[in-house]
Design a protein around this ligand. Structure first.
Ligand code: BDP
Length: 711
């Protein structure tokens, strides 16, 4: 197996499972309440047929003839409306939210009814997931989404490259155009539909204006045609300056009539080809992208320009809150990139049109291994909000390391802002419940590529799977989701289930330990690659992921009293907790406070000793990954086994590089020794300067603290 089927392998389940409970509960025919080939109900029936054949070896016919009564031996799939028409009113539609479904399994009969076509398809995938995991039990499940927006974003460029993609080239674009062969897009859509994703944005947030030329609009139409049978809508990233770059106007001022008509005509052209376009995604005035601030207009003026353009078609606008100035015109002691989102957006609350959703990264900096929840979630109550999560492991080892991320997401989603001293969980805020917003939800940056593993690491697919499930129901447990995924992906062997679970759940803590801990952020190279250890690159540049490390102190003072004031952007109970070093959790201490290396944590360790120990512990845990995996040889098919082993072995080795780079750097900077004598003590190492290599010359390490030998 090469991974292409992901978790939708429909592998035969062990015979004893079928014999015990399976066969007698199976229906004998599939009744599809829609026969149109582009309909998700039709897709659902075909998928049920293929899935049942794969899992239990029974080839059921699909019938489009409905009978007057709900027969006991049939599997019926359709919308609630079609079901009630055909069988007399039986399903109470008032209980459904959009995209919701009912799955009823009784001995020998299965009823799958969706609020809409898409819901029926979700119900079919739910049933298939159950039987593929050997679960044939009777059930009456009404399932509704927690939030309406369950999108994925991609950062694919028209030339086929992918920004922060680690699995090959784009499945959508190449040579400036939409690819002629969209087979992989169809396969991807199938995976996404099975986890209840309802829209895809294929193109980079750093958008190319040529995405909107006539040829590409036709190509985008072909993508939408491929997605439609899977109940997935197309969304598009826009370049704010398109009226100038593509339209030839001399301005892109959002209040200029010529600009407004340019966008409304372009939008009409798009909807003509893609009548069900979901809407637009916009990155503006950030990291060099154009935006309304260029013309002294507000970000709300910019968002509303697009909101008005898509409003007649029912479209929405996801406007990103990731707005900051990356040029080093900052006062490095008072400015704080973590403050930027609230500073740019809180005075705009109430100024966005109803179909605008502000898309907010989970933390205030950028997908770090540990960040407190972005304070913006609790600052704009009148505005609809979506949370942006990253499935592609940009700062988390880029799929050369494996990190199972859902425990991190869950910590953020379960974070309580205590706004007005009331429970204010992030997941209730993005669902629109906490502040009564009409829209809200989830955007996940996925960046799959043409590699058959999709993400570059077979185990990383559990992140994509979990993302979809959590966007539907954020109360699910990260452990249960993982267990289901493993069963679907690798089968039922208890050793496989236990090993994948143990490795996966150990990855986030280990990665945090061997990269950047105590809230200091990931300590990767910050200037571009975002991979590998480079603590020296963090400070005093416009990207602003500062550690403020000196010879004696480390951490960024974000208090109101002495620091950048970031703690004060949180509602008062939380603000008070972060303001005070005693009530700030150890794992965020360096995010909020600038402390001596000798500061004692609640654990009793000093900050520097914690660094040393955590880096040793994390690297030690990573050594167990390939060893544990190796024990599964012969329990997993060869290709996936070897490919995972290769990556876990790399991770184990690179974890040691991380450990030594970080520990040496802070040892050299602080000159404080490790209590256990490990750091800086490498008896078997040959220092680079002792080599005598032809064609090389000696250069001084810069900064000197990055040298392993103090010089
Ligand atoms: C950063 C990425 C950069 C993205 C940017 C964004 O390094 O490639 O363009 O986020 O989200 O994390 O806009």
């Amino acid at each position: 197996e090469d991974g292409l089927a992901g978790w939708l392998r429909y592998a035969p389940i062990p015979d004893d499972t079928i014999l015990q409970q399976g066969l007698e509960s199976l229906p004998s025919v599939i009744v599809s309440l829609n026969s149109s080939r582009v309909s998700p109900v039709y897709t659902a029936a075909k998928e049920l047929q293929a899935g049942i054949l794969g899992v239990v070896g029974e080839n059921l016919n699909v019938s489009y003839e409905t009978t007057a009564s709900e027969q006991s031996s049939s599997l019926i799939v359709g919308t609630a409306a079609a079901f009630n028409d055909n069988y007399g009113t039986q399903v109470d539609v008032s209980k459904f939210a959009p995209d919701g479904f009912l799955l009823r399994v009784k001995k020998g009969s299965v009823t799958i009814v969706g609020q809409n076509e898409r819901g029926a398809l979700y119900g079919a995938f739910e049933y298939l997931s159950r039987i593929a995991r050997g679960d044939f039990a009777e059930v009456e499940l009404l399932s509704n989404p927690d939030a309406p927006i369950r999108w994925v974003n991609h950062w694919d460029n028209l030339d086929g490259s992918i920004e922060r993609g680690y699995a090959g080239l784009s499945i959508f674009f190449g040579n400036g155009l939409v690819l002629p062969d969209l087979t992989r897009v169809a396969q991807y859509a199938r995976l996404l539909a099975s986890i209840k994703i309802n829209a895809i944005v294929p193109n980079n947030v750093n958008a190319n204006a040529n995405t909107l030329n006539a040829t590409n609009i036709e190509g985008l139409g072909r993508i939408a045609d491929v997605l439609r049978p899977w109940g997935i809508q197309l969304g598009l990233s826009l370049n704010f300056a398109s009226p100038q770059l593509l339209g030839g106007l001399n301005t892109f001022d959002p209040l200029e009539p010529a600009v407004i008509s340019w966008w409304s005509e372009k939008t009409a052209e798009l909807y003509k080809r893609v009548p069900d376009l979901a809407g637009f995604l916009v990155k503006a005035n950030s990291e060099g992208q154009p935006g309304p601030l260029t013309y002294n207009r507000t970000l709300a003026d910019g968002a509303n320009l697009f909101a008005k353009a898509v409003q007649p078609y029912g479209g929405i606008v996801l406007f990103r809150a990731f707005v900051y100035n990356h040029h080093a015109d900052w006062n490095v002691w008072t400015n704080d990139r973590a403050n930027a989102a609230v500073e740019f957006f809180n005075h705009l609350d109430g100024k966005f049109l109803d179909n605008v959703v502000v898309q907010i990264k989970y933390g205030a900096i950028d997908f770090q291994v540990r960040e407190p929840a972005n304070p913006l979630f609790a600052n704009i109550p009148e505005t609809s909000k979506a949370i942006e999560l990253q499935i592609t492991q940009e700062y988390l080892g880029q799929q050369s390391h494996f990190v199972y991320i859902p425990p991190l997401w869950k910590e953020i989603l379960d974070f309580d802002f205590r706004d007005e001293s009331k429970t204010s969980l992030v997941r209730d805020i993005v669902a629109g419940r906490r502040y009564n917003n009409s829209l809200g939800g989830y955007a996940g940056v996925v960046n799959v590529g043409t590699n058959t593993s999709w993400l570059g690491h077979h185990l990383a697919m559990s992140n994509l799977y979990a993302y979809g499930l959590l966007a539907w129901d954020p109360t699910l447990s990260a452990e249960d989701i993982l267990d289901d995924w493993t069963r679907l992906t690798f089968g039922f062997d208890p050793d496989v289930l236990k090993t994948v679970s143990d490795i996966s759940l150990a990855t986030w803590p280990a990665y945090e330990d061997y990269s950047g801990n105590l809230g200091i952020q990931t300590l990767t190279d910050i200037l571009y690659t975002h991979f590998g250890p480079n603590p020296a690159s963090q400070d005093n540049n416009g990207w602003g992921q500062w550690t403020r490390a000196t010879q004696t102190h480390i951490g960024m003072d974000r208090t109101v009293r002495n620091g950048t004031g970031n703690a004060g952007q949180y509602p008062h109970e939380v603000a008070a907790a972060f303001e005070n070093i005693e009530t700030t959790p150890d794992n965020l201490i360096l995010w909020f406070h600038h402390v001596p290396y000798t500061h004692r944590l609640k654990s009793g360790k000093t900050v520097i000793q914690h660094f040393y120990d955590a880096h040793y512990d994390g690297a030690q845990t990573a050594q167990t990954f390939p060893v544990r995996w190796e024990a599964l040889r012969n329990k997993i098919d060869v290709q996936r086994f070897e490919e995972v082993l290769f990556r876990l072995t790399y991770q184990a080795g690179h974890a040691i590089v991380w450990r030594d780079s970080i520990n040496n750097f802070y040892h050299n900077l602080s000159r404080i020794d490790d209590e256990h004598g490990r750091v800086g003590n490498h008896p078997h190492r040959i220092e680079a300067e002792r080599f005598n290599l032809k064609g090389y010359s000696l250069v001084k390490a810069d900064p000197v603290e990055t040298a392993s030998n103090f010089t």
